[in-house]
Design a protein around this ligand. Structure first.
Ligand code: SF4
Length: 400
């Protein structure tokens, strides 16, 4: 019966022009933020019951996970990060074999910090490399260059981490498939076990939206972007990385358990400003507001936190319920989450969860997508075909 905890670290040295994750560049509130987060972990651990956040049915791996994402968790003093991890582990009484990940930006991959992370219990590093092409990194407005990224990967191995993941962004104007292949080969040579490849998406409200909203399809035509996606995936597979989710590939034994918990509809707790969680029937979160978070977490009574988890939001500024899910909503989330995975929808799991056959609920969407060649049924699984991968959003839309 595993538990999953996401910790959002909302500070960045500079805002990347394509990013719409919540983070602030003013770090003067760092110390107060981590103090408040330690308090939140303690309160949360004290008010949850033994079965909150455990998913015996859907959690195939069964290991606890803690994920420090951001923002840039490697930016603040490592003392804050290590103290918070310690508080989270104690509060949730996480198992000694828990997967504990931290996102590290190459620009702040300091050897001293990396060693302290390892000693504190982190056993998986996710490096935000994005590209090893200086032109692409410049377009993305990243703080590091390719040399800095390679050095960061070397430092991470040298510090003693063996479970290393690296991110790549594809579909950036000026990027080529050859360049991506070269980057992946370098990752492999440097001991990277897990590679996330995200297509650049132009999000409203970001500087990239203003710059590229009208031109991105001219600069990177969709067919070129798709060819890049398939070419990247084929090369990863050639090198032994199994693509287990649309954007994630891993060498055997190195899939991200934390991310898999999301796709398995597992519950997870949220700690930190801008963090989102899922518990019972509620998708919930903390508002994108560091100041409100600090004030609330410094003063909230355990009973008020417990009441929030039970459905009472009155008087709260940071914590809020984003959505309350009906059984039908939960059923619809299964294709939404599982069709992104290579395994696809496990029909027996669905039946165990809801007591009804998936195809009895989604008969029309299943049939029409199988007829169009976008979905295939193999024994007791349903998954996207190669053509379906290119139209994943359209297929998923049919189930919503
Ligand atoms: S470092 Fe990461 S979280 Fe921060 S602005 Fe850049 S992409 Fe976003």
């Amino acid at each position: 019966m595993a538990r999953h905890i996401y910790v959002h670290n909302p500070f960045c040295a500079r805002k990347c022009p394509y990013c719409d994750f919540y983070s602030v560049t003013k770090t003067s509130l760092c110390e107060e933020f981590y103090h408040a987060a330690v308090r939140e972990a303690g309160i949360l651990g004290g008010v949850i019951s033994k079965t909150d956040g455990t998913n015996p049915l859907t959690d195939a791996d069964g290991r606890d996970t803690i994920y420090f994402g951001g923002g840039t968790p490697s930016l603040p003093d490592s003392r804050f990060i290590c103290e918070l991890l310690d508080a989270v582990r104690k509060a949730f009484n996480t198992a000694s074999d828990a997967e504990i990940s931290i996102e590290v930006n190459p620009s702040s991959a300091d050897p001293g910090k990396l060693t302290e992370y390892l000693q504190a219990g982190f056993n998986r590093i996710s490096l935000g490399v994005q590209s090893l092409d200086d032109g692409v990194l410049k377009t993305l407005g990243r703080l590091h260059d390719s040399k800095g990224a390679i050095e960061a990967l070397e430092k991470t191995s040298k510090a003693g981490f063996t479970n290393i993941s690296a991110d790549l962004i594809t579909g950036v104007p000026g990027e080529t498939l050859d360049g991506i292949r070269k980057d992946i080969q370098t990752f492999k040579d440097l001991g990277v076990k897990h590679i996330s490849t995200y297509s650049l998406s132009i999000e409203e409200g970001t500087p990239f939206f203003e710059k590229y909203k009208k031109t991105i399809e001219e600069l990177v035509p969709p067919e070129e972007e798709r060819a890049m996606y398939h070419g990247t995936r084929e090369f990863l597979n050639e090198l032994g990385y199994e693509t287990y989710e649309i954007s994630n590939s891993a060498l055997p034994g190195f899939k991200s358990i934390h991310n898999s918990s999301y796709w398995n509809s597992c519950e997870y707790f949220a700690i930190g400003a801008g963090a989102h969680g899922y518990l019972g029937d509620m998708r919930y979160g903390h508002r994108d507001d560091v100041r409100a978070y600090i004030e609330e977490m410094n003063t909230i009574a355990p009973d008020a936190y417990k009441a929030f988890l039970e459905g009472n939001e009155s008087g709260l500024r940071s914590l809020y319920a984003e959505e309350r899910l009906t059984v039908e909503d939960k059923m619809r989330e299964v294709p939404f989450l599982r069709l992104r995975t290579a395994e696809g929808i496990l029909l027996d799991e669905f039946k165990k969860m809801f007591g009804i056959e998936f195809e009895d609920v989604f008969d029309k969407a299943v049939k029409s997508n199988i007829e169009k060649g976008l979905l295939e049924r193999k024994e007791r699984t349903l998954r996207l075909t190669r053509s379906g991968l290119d139209l994943a959003n359209v297929v998923i839309e049919d189930f919503l």
